[in-house]
Design a protein around this ligand. Structure first.
Ligand code: WQD
Length: 339
């Protein structure tokens, strides 16, 4: 069964391609290479044993997307990762984010409207902002977005609801990711931040291997047990498997319309706990310092994942230590084998 994976050479997209093949699907990758590396296609070939179909395509180009859809007519499912996703950058370049994230989504939805497609959308826990109650459930109120990036995820979910309300015969599942970290056990694919990493775990591994001098812990006086921020870190392979579970759920005749699922572990870890887990797992001492809080960070969030366990028939299985060891293996691999 052909599954279109937009943004399929990215961090989460590439790991999802592997899990789709493991589940017997036939992924077709579309990526504009604006924030990914074409060499990941060779890495995927080493893991899955063949080179998946790949098209370099700008999904903001409506005509190009229509031509693609006219050629690839037997696509049964779509997993839509393609989007800009750096919170800080979105504050500086809002129009880049609104153009890229909305044009690509609308063009893909338009091209496949009425084709009974199972559509999985890559959403984010950022739509919850700082929840009033923790763990946060899927029916928690959506808070005003803290960034244009978060706003694009909130509005995208409204677009999806309106498509279903208009009577579309497509089915839609929106997966609200918490913090994806780690890498495939082969260490052949992983997170490839361009330039200075914004996210915690790639900064940890780059500091540990000597690419960065010191990790700054953004904030040590939050109202949390050890003063540092709490997040729900989830192994990227568990996250990838949630996309397969979403396709399987929509393949059931009992699934109709649209639904939303928290994709996390249900457990919060502080920044200092992540550092300690990294040091204990790898034996590498990390050079870090507590610094002032980062603008726009929320204090603490972790997901209630009951609905995902009961309805999506999925739960995270890999622990923080495996997240750290796989991230470290990938950092070592990519340092010795630059793409
Ligand atoms: C995690 C914690 C930082 C770097 C982001 C996106 C979100 C989602 C997941 C896409 C925070 C602290 C970080 C550093 C630090 N992505 N930190 N020093 O901000 O929770 O979420 O990734 O959907 O949309 O916003 O992730 O990894 O940047 O930060 O102390 O050098 O680590 O303050 O508390 P975040 P993050």
């Amino acid at each position: 069964m052909k599954i279109l994976v937009t943004g399929g050479l990215g961090f989460i997209g590439s790991h999802t391609v592997v899990e789709l093949v493991n589940a017997g699907y036939d992924p077709i990758i579309v990526d504009d290479l604006s924030n990914s590396n074409i060499k990941i296609l060779d890495q995927l070939t080493k893991i899955i044993g063949y080179t998946p179909a790949f098209y370099e395509l700008d999904l903001c180009d409506e005509q190009a997307v229509k031509e693609f859809a006219a050629n690839e007519t037997d696509v049964k499912g779509i997993i839509h990762f393609a989007a800009s996703k750096a919170v800080g950058e979105s504050v500086k370049l809002p129009l880049k984010y609104y153009r890229n994230n909305f044009f690509s989504l609308v063009n893909v939805l338009n091209a496949y409207e009425g084709k009974s497609i199972n559509f999985v959308f890559s959403s984010s826990c950022t739509i919850y902002g700082q929840p009033d109650k923790l763990p946060v459930t899927e029916d928690a109120p959506v808070k005003p977005a803290q960034s244009p990036y978060g706003n694009t995820k909130q509005v995208a979910e409204e677009i999806l609801k309106d498509v279903i309300a208009s009577g579309s015969n497509n089915k839609i599942i929106s997966l609200r990711y918490f913090n994806p970290v780690g890498a495939h056990e082969s260490a052949l694919i992983g997170e490839l931040p361009l330039g200075i990493p914004q996210n915690l775990v790639p900064f940890i591994t780059q500091t540990a291997i000597g690419k960065r001098e010191k990790l700054m812990v953004w904030g040590g006086n939050y109202n949390t047990p050890d003063g540092s921020c709490i997040r729900d870190y989830i192994h990227v392979v568990d996250l990838a498997r949630a996309h397969v579970a979403a396709l399987k759920l929509m393949e059931k005749s009992t699934f109709k319309g649209i639904d939303f699922f928290n994709i996390g572990t249900g457990k919060g870890s502080s920044v200092l706990e992540v550092i300690r887990a990294f040091e204990n797992t790898t034996g590498v001492k990390l050079n870090y310092e507590i610094a002032a809080p980062r603008e726009g960070d929320i204090e603490q969030v972790w997901g209630d994942v009951t609905k995902s366990a009961e309805k999506l028939n999925w739960k995270a299985r890999l622990d923080l230590s495996t997240m750290m060891s796989s991230a470290w293996d990938w950092e070592n691999y990519i340092t010795q084998n630059p793409l």
